[in-house]
Design a protein around this ligand. Sequence first.
Ligand code: SF4
Ligand code: SF4
Length: 203
Amino acid sequence: MERNDYLKMLVEEMHSTTMATIGADGHPQTRVIDMMLWDEKGVYFLTAKGKAFYAQLMEQGYVAISATKDKKAVSLRGRIQNTHSEKLDEIFEKNPYMQKIYPGDTRAALEVFRLYEAEGEYFDISDPSHIVRDTILIGGAEQSMAGYEVGNECIGCKLCFAVCPQKCIDITRIPVVIDQHQCLHCGRCAETCPKGTIRKRGQ
Ligand code: SF4
Ligand code: SF4
């Protein structure tokens, strides 16, 4: 699937999303926030100007979110911008329940935020024997490397494959190759390799 497929899934299927910011006490805080719209510029949500959450968004300009449904999950972390009332009417049109929470002109209490630059991940365990992992990028965010990769010291002994819970290592080649889209990042292969040649990516 492509980035837009994941954003559509996040907004239209998962919708209610756990969002983390840092509280005034310096510790993480989470709450459930609905993802209202998506477009080429990112994902949109809103909150009331009177809330402590609003003040945190304005001060920090950064959030982390996670949502899940049917054993599929989307997580994103990145920068937000306040778009004030831009998209507010469109959000109410596409999410009619908002008209009952904030009837008439009381929607003026709300402001819209856009998650415009973010990196994250899609994780699907709906078929537990064949998990799927993918990267999601919004805006100019750079992909951070995670998981494991195999170095040139590999001798093709296949011990890593034997202990891999997903059997996601191609042992037809030397060095063997980890399928990054099916890897759990569990680290069993790295612990087992007699040559110590399976290393964390990006290190
Ligand atoms: S355990 Fe290490 S040396 Fe053996 S096949 Fe896997 S990566 Fe290569
Ligand atoms: S990290 Fe775990 S799932 Fe990924 S290749 Fe190694 S053993 Fe398999």
